[in-house]
Ligand binder design. Structure first.
Ligand SMILES: Nc1ncnc2c1ncn2[C@@H]1O[C@H](COP(=O)(O)OS(=O)(=O)O)[C@@H](OP(=O)(O)O)[C@H]1O
Length: 431
């Protein structure tokens, strides 16, 4: 073969080897990217392969038995409303307190199955305030019930408790000028363990979870570890109020519910004028020190929460949380008109939507329906924004009727009774 032809043949061989090499290299890179997509922050947008499927096949049926431990001042009313509406849509029975317990299961007493109105037993759901008691709840709820609860950052939670229960909790009423700063400077000067409603002034989360709110994690690390263990044994999900939408995404995945099932209107929020715009760092530190047991619980379950998010696929949880926010905004606009939809109680004409006001000094915001609405959509909007007391009364009447407890039919959306509400008595003010 002439040398020129030999050189040509060799060049062709080298080129195809290079091409083959390039091809192999290209294929392995693509395959690597596809399999490692979850680890690359920019990648899931193109190939959301790390997401567990939104709809399982065959689809898991929606879970229908849920016990929600409604802790205080942690966005619990909003979660409760989601559960109440789900229960109604699926014709489920909601455990409701006996009238002598008012709208809470005789809190602050330890929960007892006797506190449950007989017309609301056996229940599928439970979502009203109570002090957790594992054995009593197990006696009430069916086997297979999923337990969930929610925690809130203790300084923000304490500021909310201090403001909301200022007239009811003696420890708070003793403080001059209702000053949170004064209380946190010397809490022992105002606080008396064991007195009425003392639990609103010290480690409320631990108390609601059935723990001893007088323990300190510094002096008693074993106690904290034991409490955490008990909570982890019972609760399938501990939500975090600061990451409310992400919490709902985890909740709806746990229960195999649709995203539509967890749409909500934010309930029980104080007006800007009734709250600190921002809690100064020193005050937040003091609140966490005073509520050290709650702070340790929160820190632990906040870390657990983010591990749950990571194992569900953080990009997917965030994508779903964005979808939830967009759907929620559309729903609120459709129900209540243009922003701002949240308004003070005095501006709410629909009685069933007027939230309870804990004192003259604290404004709790609510929603109103545009005038002239009617029909199924209006009813759904009404329920979406219905405060706890009115919704509990309404559900109790409905379930009593269903159980044949009362022969007289009641109008579906009757006004709530015009008496003061909640389990808290109106107490005279004083030092
Ligand atoms: N979706 C959502 N996300 C974040 N925070 C929320 C949400 N919904 C309610 N909230 C805030 O939760 C506080 C009311 O909590 P609760 O409903 O549990 O209070 S209560 O114990 O039933 O009275 C109350 O806090 P404060 O306004 O600081 O008092 C509400 O603003």
């Amino acid at each position: 073969m002439p040398p020129i032809l030999q050189r040509l043949q060799q060049a062709t061989k080298t080129m195809s080897r290079r091409k083959i090499l390039l091809l192999v290299l290209g294929c392995s890179t693509i395959s690597l990217l596809i399999h490692q997509g979850a680890q690359l922050s920019w990648y899931p947008k193109l190939f959301p392969l790390s997401c567990p499927p939104l709809r399982e096949s065959p689809p898991r049926p929606k879970h229908m038995t849920v016990a929600f431990l409604k802790t205080h001042k942690t966005a619990g009313t909003t979660v409760q409303n989601i559960l109440f509406r789900f229960a109604e849509r699926h014709n489920l029975t909601v455990a409701l307190p006996h009238p002598s317990c008012e709208h809470q299961f005789c809190y602050p007493r330890n929960f007892s199955a006797h506190f449950v109105h007989p017309a609301t037993r056996p229940p599928h759901m439970l979502a009203s305030h109570l002090r957790f008691d594992r054995a009593e709840l197990a006696r009430l709820m069916p086997p297979g019930t999923v337990y969930v609860t929610i925690l809130r950052e203790p300084a923000a939670m304490f500021e909310s408790l201090f403001s909301y229960y200022n007239q009811y909790c003696p420890a708070f009423r003793r403080v001059p000028n209702a000053s949170l700063e004064a209380f946190l400077r010397a809490p022992e000067a105002y606080y008396r363990a064991g007195e009425h409603f003392a639990m609103f002034a010290h480690n409320t989360l631990a108390y609601d979870l059935g723990g001893d709110n007088e323990r300190s994690p510094r002096d008693d690390a074993d106690y904290l570890a034991g409490l955490i263990r008990q909570v982890e044994e019972v609760f399938s999900l501990v939500m975090i109020a600061e990451y409310f939408d992400e919490s709902l995404v985890l909740l709806r995945r746990l229960l195999a519910w649709d995203l539509d099932d967890v749409l909500y209107a934010k309930l029980n929020a104080r007006a800007a004028s009734s709250r600190l715009a921002a809690i100064p760092a020193a005050l937040a530190r003091a609140a966490r020190t005073w509520n050290a047991l709650d702070a340790s619980l929160y820190d632990h379950f906040n870390a657990t929460f983010w591990r749950r998010v990571a194992s569900a696929g953080r990009a997917c949880v965030e994508r779903e949380a964005r979808e939830l926010r967009a759907a929620r905004e559309r729903l609120l606009r459709r129900c209540f008109g243009a922003e701002p939809v949240l308004r003070p109680a005095a501006q709410i004409r629909t009685k069933q939507l007027q939230p309870w006001q804990p004192s003259r000094k604290v404004d709790i915001m609510g929603y109103d329906l545009p005038s002239g609405g009617a029909g199924a959509a209006t009813e759904a909007c009404l329920k979406l924004a219905m405060p706890e007391v009115q919704y509990s009364n309404y559900l109790l009447r409905k379930q009593k009727r269903r159980g044949g407890v009362r022969a007289r039919p009641e109008p579906v959306l009757d006004n709530p009774p015009p008496r003061p509400i909640r389990a808290l008595p109106r107490v005279p003010q004083g030092p």
